[in-house]
Design a protein around this ligand. Structure first.
Ligand SMILES: Cc1ncc(COP(=O)(O)O)c(C=O)c1O
Length: 383
């Protein structure tokens, strides 16, 4: 089946991403949604559901549960039971629920997607940040630093680790070896691991496949909450549908206890879209990945030619993490906005001087963004 990606004009729509710069000549390359229309199979399923006309309270159908169970088996070889699934209106909700149920402080590796930093604060849990190591031109987990942080915390050592896998913003897809070392660390320190795997179907390295942290062993399964959703892969984050996989019954009860009274049911359209995407969205996703790979490669080549700017290989996600510190800008985001580019500010990820660039857009728009970027960087050199 031939699939094409549609990129309707989003200006003047209800888009958060585009609305930020309404009426300005700024290309939005910030918040993580893509400019591609959802897969036709998802649109068709939503239209069928809407044609029914009644939009009352919904339930998670048996067929949706079976679809997820089959998907996790086929995609990652992970044998999951339907009762392990807890449905959520979003992953950020899941991160916050985990912090709320944490019996102590929370550990996370920076730079990281901002809700990893705010969720512990919302639940008044102490947050321990351990920077990822930048070595051999790549990002790695810093295990000696993680150990040192646990030692330094003494009797107040964190009880929960928030893992971003693949990692936003550095674009790493953690390897089996890295995950196994992390698993060993989490067992020795008796940590609950919340693994945010929202980007797991966006692996851009063709020979790699996603390994859920929980899938490593019975031990990791027992101590983990895995958060997943069709929202990033199929570009439907506005439909608010996600799920946690929590194999351990006691942990699941604690998680659901922390949700009680504050987390609403998933809306009926989100559930319908999720089922259609997971069942029928495979061909669309393959096309998406080929476009994202091209965009990633194009951006990487362009950045390599620019003095004072660098990026590492994006193994997964559609987000590039740009080091612009050598440009010496006091306000990098503002400077590039003045030159027509709307990036995410690294400071929000605990890394001032860095920018996050969303390349989930039409190749033509990326080309335009690259020209503007090159011009803006060269102007600095000329000044
Ligand atoms: C790592 C990560 N987790 C969670 C989210 C957002 O999840 P949700 O919209 O389901 O709350 C994002 C969005 O960019 C993300 O990158």
């Amino acid at each position: 089946m031939r699939v094409t990606l549609e990129t309707p004009d989003r200006r003047g729509s209800d888009s958060l991403k585009w609305g930020k710069y309404a009426g300005q000549e700024v290309l939005p390359l910030w918040v993580a949604d893509m400019d591609f229309a959802a897969p036709p199979c998802v649109i068709a399923a939503l239209q069928r559901r809407l044609a029914h006309g009644v939009l009352g309270y919904g339930v998670v159908s048996k067929s949706l549960e079976e679809t997820v169970v089959r998907y996790l088996q086929d995609a990652y070889g992970w044998a999951v039971r339907a009762e392990w699934l807890v449905w959520l209106p979003g992953l950020v909700t899941g991160l916050n629920v985990v912090c709320r149920m944490s019996e102590g402080g929370v550990l996370t590796q920076t730079p990281v997607y901002p809700p990893f930093l705010s969720a512990p604060v919302h639940s008044a849990r102490a947050l321990t940040r351990v920077p990822l190591a930048f070595r051999n031109n790549g990002w790695q987990m810093d295990f000696p630093a993680l150990e040192a942080a646990m030692r330094a915390a003494g009797g107040n050592a964190p009880k929960t680790l928030l893992l971003c896998h693949p990692h936003n913003p550095v674009g790493r897809a953690w390897t089996r070896e890295e995950l196994a070392t992390l698993a060993d660390f989490s067992v020795r320190h008796d940590l609950l691991v919340c693994s945010d795997e929202i980007h797991c179907d966006l692996l851009l390295e063709e020979k790699r496949s996603h390994l859920p942290f929980a899938r490593l062993s019975e031990e990791t399964e027992r101590r983990s909450v895995t958060l997943m959703a069709p929202s990033k892969t199929f570009n439907i984050p506005g439909l608010g549908c996600a799920f946690a996989v929590i194999p351990d019954a006691a942990l699941r009860r604690r998680f659901m206890g922390a949700m009680a009274g504050i987390v609403p049911h998933v809306n009926v359209l989100g559930l319908v879209a999720c089922e259609a995407a997971l069942k029928e969205g495979g061909a669309w996703r393959e096309t998406l990945l080929s476009v994202l790979r091209q965009n990633r490669d194009r951006l990487e080549t362009a950045v390599a030619a620019l003095p004072g700017v660098s990026m590492t290989r994006v193994e997964a996600t559609y987000l590039a993490w740009l080091d612009v510190r050598a440009l010496g800008l006091a306000h990098p985001v503002r400077y590039f906005e003045e030159h027509g580019l709307g990036f995410s500010d690294g400071a929000e990820f605990d890394a001032p001087g860095w920018l996050r660039c969303n390349f989930g857009c039409a190749p033509e728009m990326l080309e335009n963004a690259i020209s503007r970027f090159a011009r803006a960087v060269k102007m600095l050199r000329a000044a």
